[in-house]
Write a protein that binds this ligand. Structure first.
Ligand code: GDP
Ligand code: GDP
Length: 442
């Protein structure tokens, strides 16, 4: 399928990038989330203008200025990498503020990137901006457009210019993914291959007592109620070398790759052991919270579980109840076959929840009513949600249109997540939020 040309909006803080993004994508409802930022997600919208289409990318206000802070620096690198992949750049400056040193730095960087850049001088709606406009020629860009995003002036010029930069093409719609990908994760010897074989009903991977016998991740597709479920067995996680070692290095490379590509993680835990290993919980937490995967916990080897091991397991789980209460658990035994028949139906349920759509109207009403009942504040400022809309399924991803995205921290988002969990069946699936600021109520 043909790809739309892509255009990225960059510029320093407060020059009007969000306002411009909202203006350009005003009439299009197909916001998608394609690029994953380090600290924020980039939003992509397919803009149509007179029968032509292009993808517009908003980078969520990541600064292009070099930073000492490693996280900010990583985000900046992410944007720089993204710039390399796009077809053109809209470089936004603020005519009221005039040309700044940061504008010059960004300008240099864009010249160096060699990307086709359109300089967009925004806020051309006051006397001072008319006085400042000439300065921006110093940046050395051939194409300069003067606009006022807030007053919708010059927006048509941008659309004309950008949409005519490439030959007209059919619109490229994102492909709908079907089926469900599941990956089996867990320590070596926990029973992943045994479960895989039971699910597939055949002796495929060699089951053995020696830890780590299954070397490479491999996938098989199982048809279950007309649905394709692709199950991947993995070599699992390595033994912990040190407490500080990060998860990525604890996981065998191919398992890590399998995790990236999957929808649902089946985490196998050995119920005959007296305690959950730290890395297993870390992995579960990482998959669910950071990678936004569906999660099911399977406590295997129930035939070997003793009263003691059950008690220990229950108490070690207790520490993680804030996560565990969100995900389904099943006690199984690959040896006796106990509850193995319930695994695929459970997978199917979680997959359906992972891929559900919630209507915009329901969500907006839910969120607005909740913060009317219980207003949320950042310092003394009230948080406003103008609208909430699910923009992606698998995982359920909610775009919140708010008055100020930076005011919505983890605890505020937790509030919205809990609200959703109380109102929809989201057992086993994460909820992901993307914030976008709007200067006006919708
Ligand atoms: P961003 O940080 O670059 O995304 O900037 P925003 O879109 O959030 O805009 C920053 C501020 O500039 C907001 O208070 C906007 O209302 C204001 N603003 C945006 N566009 C214009 C404009 O065309 N004219 C004027 N005067 N203000 C604008
Ligand atoms: P993997 O390394 O996670 O793929 O684990 P395997 O599937 O290779 O299993 C390791 C060992 O545990 C094998 O000897 C299996 O027969 C055994 N095993 C797997 N599931 C169970 C179970 O439910 N009960 C008992 N008693 N043994 C099991």
């Amino acid at each position: 399928m043909s790809k739309n040309p892509s255009v990225i909006i960059v510029g320093r803080m407060n020059v009007g990038k969000s306002t411009l993004f909202n203006r350009l994508s005003e009439n299009v409802k197909s916001i998608t989330l394609d690029y994953e930022g380090v600290t924020r997600d980039f939003i992509k919208d397919t803009v149509s203008w007179q029968g032509r289409f292009f993808d517009l990318i908003d980078t969520g206000g990541i600064s292009l200025r070099k930073s000492m802070d490693p996280i900010a620096e990583k985000s900046r690198q992410g944007v720089l990498d993204l710039i390399q992949t796009v077809d053109a750049v809209l470089f936004v400056c603020d005519a009221v503020a005039g040309l700044t040193s940061e504008d010059r730095e960004i300008g240099k960087l864009l010249h160096k990137s060699g990307k086709k850049t359109i300089l967009v001088v925004n806020k051309m709606d006051s006397k001072i901006s008319a006085e400042n406009i000439d300065e921006f020629r110093q940046l050395g860009f051939e194409t300069i457009l003067e606009i006022s995003a807030e007053h919708s002036r010059g927006i048509g010029d941008i659309l004309d210019l950008v949409s005519n930069m490439w030959p007209a093409k059919e619109r490229a719609l994102p492909e709908e993914k079907t089926g469900c990908n599941v990956v089996l994760l867990g320590k070596p010897n926990v029973g992943k291959s045994s479960l895989m074989n039971l699910l597939l009903n055949k002796e495929r991977s060699i089951v053995s007592e020696i830890a780590g016998t299954t070397r490479e991740a491999f996938s098989e597709t199982i048809s279950f109620y007309q649905e394709d479920i692709q199950v991947t067995d993995t070599p699992g996680i390595r033994r912990k070398h040190s407490v500080t070692e990060d998860l990525e290095s604890l996981m065998v490379k191919s398992s890590f790759r399998a995790l990236q590509e999957t929808d649902i993680v089946l985490l196998l835990i050995d119920a005959s052991e007296s305690k959950l290993a730290d890395q297993e919980l870390k992995l579960a937490f990482y998959a669910f919270t950071e990678k936004h995967k569906g999660l099911i916990l399977l406590f295997n080897k129930q035939d070997l579980a003793t009263e003691d091991s059950k008690e220990f397991m229950a108490s070690s789980i207790d520490e993680y109840k804030y996560l565990i209460k969100k995900v389904p658990q099943l006690n199984i035994s690959c040896l006796t076959g106990k509850n193995v028949g319930r695994v695929l139906p459970l997978v199917k349920e979680v997959c359906e929840r992972y891929n559900q759509w919630i209507t915009e109207e329901d969500l907006t009403i839910l969120f607005k009513a909740a913060i009317e009942r219980k207003p949320l504040y950042h310092k003394k400022s009230i948080l406003i949600v103008y609208g909430a809309k699910q923009i992606k399924k698998g995982p359920v991803t909610i775009l919140l249109i708010v008055n100020e995205s930076d005011w919505f921290g983890p605890s505020q988002l937790m509030f919205f997540e809990n609200l959703m969990r109380a109102n929809y069946n989201l057992v086993g699936v994460p909820v992901r939020f993307v914030l976008r600021k709007s200067w006006r109520a919708r």
